[in-house]
Write a protein that binds this ligand. Structure first.
Ligand code: ZN
Length: 91
């Protein structure tokens, strides 16, 4: 299995502890995802994996329930609709 490395300049910016580069994220890090192949970093995963994902795959990656993901999606859509109304883009 090919592994994608976690570089020092990764967008997560949270893989250093007291100036020491660890190359991996701890499970309590906000960018940690359940994918060792991608060094458990959301940004490494996002960069190298551009296929569409199922709801259950996303839930597994983020260690959330499917209903939690659905709720996040619904709230995001509400925010987008509200902002489109404010901008007068959509009526
Ligand atoms: Zn990272």
């Amino acid at each position: 299995m090919r592994k994608y490395p976690h570089f020092r300049d990764c967008k997560c910016k949270h893989h250093e502890v007291q100036g020491e580069f660890l190359g991996r994220l701890s499970k309590d890090n906000e960018w940690w995802v359940n994918s060792p192949k991608y060094s458990n970093c959301f940004w490494v995963y996002f960069r190298h994996n551009n296929r569409s994902h199922t709801l259950s795959e996303i839930a597994k990656l983020l260690r959330l329930s499917i209903s939690a993901i659905t709720t996040i999606e619904q709230n995001a859509l509400k925010k987008i609709k509200k902002r489109l109304l404010v901008l007068g883009v959509k009526k």
